[in-house]
Design a protein around this ligand. Structure first.
Ligand code: UD1
Length: 362
């Protein structure tokens, strides 16, 4: 079979790594198309080199822009590539504008589309990712769901018949990075000014809802700065750009600002931390898998399984009930006594994805 993967943003490269390895092991032809949504080396290149992913076969250079222009430029560039490559499956990943563009282009060319990480819902229709998830799931022929909860969401929407529960390929990626980290040297500081041998927190903030209004972003940075433990804030370019635009200093109080980390270093940084503060979906799960308490700066999550036993808690930093003391108490709570479960699968999701693609192609 010829499988064509459409990827473009950081979390998709992480998901691509185990899929590329499993497709190669099964002897399938794999064409990798990079839309160019993420172009900074720290958000793109280092993931290909660090995770041993083959070089993209096609680069579309979509770049940044509003949702319409960005998605539209990907669509215009994807059509000729999909026609020329004529794959048996187009595989799209997660919930970014690259996901939606890949699904739309393929479905209109009558090419079979499979959606990896299908069925996640935040039920927040303000999120661009929620539009991308719902539209992609309803366009796709094969829905590869990571969790039982995702399967239930798809059944409720009347598309359960096209769904297969495969587990989460992020577990595959995370566990193999942890193995490599265990074999490696002493931990590196996750950001300048952090002592990796003393307690520290890992923080990331990049969602439009959190970064794009001055008041809200200021409240989040104030809350991080007032924490009694050093915070390694690994800054996405969008966070840096908005902070500069709003005249907000990120590096104050407890906050030490660092660059986004390559995947293996991120897994090592979380493993060595006292906890995680984030608005990323992937990092909520990585914290859970690696057994670190996570505090999520959002009012909902697509990964409700992480809330079990208090491994993850949701905090609205700009809400009326917020206090710095309560935030510090939440962020620095000890790890729950019961170990995290395995709602995301056993680390062998990529092999199941390949089996489902083979089965459904017949
Ligand atoms: C995208 C995804 C989000 C995912 C995130 C992972 C959508 C709608 N959102 O958000 O779901 O969690 O990727 O990081 O697809 N920028 C750079 N360099 C880059 C890329 C972006 O500086 O290489 C800056 C630009 O100012 C750009 C902004 O970041 O306008 C936002 O980038 P974009 O790809 O549109 O969305 P993300 O916030 O990265």
């Amino acid at each position: 079979m010829r499988i064509l993967s459409v990827v473009g943003a950081r979390p998709q490269f992480v998901k691509l790594a185990p899929i590329a390895a499993a497709l190669a092991a099964a002897g399938h032809e794999h064409v990798i198309v990079h839309t160019g949504q993420h172009y900074d080396p720290q958000l793109s290149e280092v993931f290909f080199t660090g995770l041993g992913i083959p070089r993209p076969d096609e680069r579309l250079r979509a770049g940044s822009g509003g949702h319409g222009p960005q998605t539209g430029s990907m669509l215009a560039a994807l059509d000729p590539v999909l026609i020329r490559r004529a794959p048996d499956w187009v595989l799209v990943y997660g919930d970014t504008n690259s996901t939606l563009a890949g699904a739309l282009s393929a479905v209109k060319l009558h090419l079979p589309v499979a959606h990896l990480e299908a069925g996640l819902r935040s039920f927040n229709r303000r999120m661009p990712e929620e539009h991308n998830r719902v539209l992609t799931d309803h366009a796709a022929d094969l829905l590869l769901a990571p969790t039982a909860e995702a399967v239930r969401n798809l059944e409720r929407e009347g598309i359960g018949a096209r769904t297969a529960l495969v587990g989460d390929v992020m577990v595959d990626a995370c566990l193999s990075a942890r193995e490599r980290a265990r074999a490696g040297a002493a931990p590196e500081p996750p950001a300048p000014g952090i002592d990796a041998r003393a307690p520290y927190l890992v923080a990331t903030i990049h969602r439009a809802d959190n970064t794009d209004q001055r008041e809200r972003l200021a409240a989040i940075v104030d809350a991080l700065a007032a924490l009694p433990v050093p915070v390694a804030l690994l800054a996405h370019p969008r966070l840096r750009a908005r902070a500069t635009q709003f005249g907000l200093e990120l590096a104050r109080g407890s906050v030490r600002v660092g660059d986004p980390l390559p995947y293996a270093q991120m897994v090592a940084a979380v493993t060595g931390s006292a906890g995680v503060v984030t608005d990323s979906g992937g990092l909520q799960k990585e914290a859970y898998i690696l057994g670190r308490p996570c505090t999520t700066i959002r009012s909902e999550t697509e990964w409700p399984e992480t809330l079990a036993d208090g491994w993850n808690v949701l905090v609205d930093v700009a809400g009326p009930e917020f206090t710095g003391a309560a935030f510090a108490g939440a962020v620095l709570r000890p790890a729950p006594p019961a170990p995290p479960g395995e709602p995301f699968g056993d680390g062998r999701a990529a092999a199941r994805v390949v089996s489902e693609l083979e089965r459904a192609a017949r």
